[in-house]
Design a binder for this molecule. Structure first.
Ligand SMILES: NC(=O)C1=CN([C@@H]2O[C@H](COP(=O)(O)OP(=O)(O)OC[C@H]3O[C@@H](n4cnc5c(N)ncnc54)[C@H](OP(=O)(O)O)[C@@H]3O)[C@@H](O)[C@H]2O)C=CC1
Ligand SMILES: CC(C)(CO)C(=O)C(=O)O
Length: 312
């Protein structure tokens, strides 16, 4: 399949690499010039579960996507605040049949995608895979993961299942979900706890799990997500979600991962996606008159840290 990865940072590189290894015709698109130039000259270099490898992938600089080069599938993997610009820049790659799959963390990205893509071509989902960028053109990938996705447009279930199959054929372990809003909220609970807390506490997920207040903090944050989701008709089971989130503490699975927010802010002094995760729950809480003190406070702490570190 002819696939573009729009936003080829850590996760985009993982998905691009695995889909390339699975025999697809993959193009990585990104705005970071040094990263794209390095891959163009030397290939994408990866440490994949301890094994060093280099893959020759096609690349395009986001600002130079101006030739007609239509894709069958585009997987969006920018940071939330880069999504609108990316969709605007990749217009030449979108035909009336191009399917667009969004796997960003956070809530509500479909509102932006709908501005650029007809509903019948929009697929949304989330992933438990992890990845880290070690420098331009270089990623570190370990552990297992999964993907859930669903069509937004009516009657596109079969296409959603086909996309899931393409991902699964490349080892990405994807499944069709018949209630993706539930899955997205459930995954947002992982990010709403792990990402902000690990970033402020300067630790990975296993490290957070070893601290004595971890369970109480995680449960209190998730409770706020559950209340807001319930108001929107999404019924999350608090105990099940807490257990799901706490499974991330396990150092033998993904516990040693530093969440993407940590990588952004602490490692690279870059702005975070907090406003699309805990910040989104705070905004919704205000709208629905649901108190969300933990999310409010965590979002404030992250914003203060962004200012202290002069994140850009
Ligand atoms: N990393 C992870 O383990 C996981 C991440 N996610 C989600 O996937 C989406 C993509 O995240 P992720 O892959 O981590 O994003 P990255 O931070 O690795 O990359 C996103 C973009 O940021 C820019 N960038 C990143 N690092 C640098 C740098 N050092 N210097 C200059 N520019 C840089 C690049 O774009 P540009 O130059 O155009 O700004 C890049 O495309 C997010 O929504 C995230 O929450 C989901 C699951 C796990
Ligand atoms: C859940 C987790 C921590 C890994 O999938 C993630 O989504 C992130 O790093 O942002």
């Amino acid at each position: 399949m002819k696939i573009a990865i729009a936003g080829a940072g850590a996760m985009g590189s993982r998905f691009g690499l695995m889909l390339h290894q699975g025999g697809n015709d993959v193009t990585l698109i990104d705005g970071w010039k040094e990263h794209i130039e390095t891959i163009r000259k030397h290939g994408l270099s990866a440490n994949l579960n301890g094994q060093e490898l280099t893959a020759q992938l096609k690349v395009e600089l986001q600002s130079e996507v101006n030739l007609q080069n239509e894709m069958e599938l585009i997987i969006l993997f920018t940071k939330a605040m880069q999504l609108d610009k990316m969709l605007s820049d990749i217009q030449p790659m979108l035909s009336e049949n191009t399917k667009v799959l969004c796997l960003l963390n956070g809530i509500g990205h479909e509102d932006i995608i709908e501005k650029y893509v007809p509903m019948k071509n929009i697929f949304i989902g989330n992933t438990m895979w992890t990845a880290g960028l070690e420098g331009p053109g270089r990623v570190k990938l370990f552990g297992d993961g999964s993907v859930e996705l669903q069509n937004l447009g009516e009657g596109e279930e079969e296409t959603a299942k086909e996309i899931a199959q393409v991902l699964t054929n490349s080892g990405l372990n994807a499944q069709y979900s018949d209630n993706i809003r539930y899955s997205i909220y459930r995954k947002a609970c992982v990010n709403g706890t792990m990402n902000g807390l690990c970033t402020i506490l300067d630790t990975n997920m296993a490290g957070l799990g070893e601290t004595s207040p971890a369970h109480e903090m995680v449960a209190a944050i998730i409770k706020e997500f559950v209340s807001v989701a319930q108001y929107e008709g999404v019924e999350l089971d608090l105990e099940e979600v807490v257990a799901h989130v706490e499974s991330c503490f396990n150092p033998d699975t993904i516990g040693l991962h530093y969440p993407s927010m940590y990588q952004d802010l602490i490692k690279n002094h870059r702005m975070t996606e907090i406003d699309y995760i805990n910040g989104a729950v705070s905004r919704k809480g205000r709208k629905y008159s649901i108190p969300t003190p933990y999310c409010d406070f965590l979002a404030q702490l992250i914003h203060s840290k962004e200012e202290i570190l002069e994140a850009h």
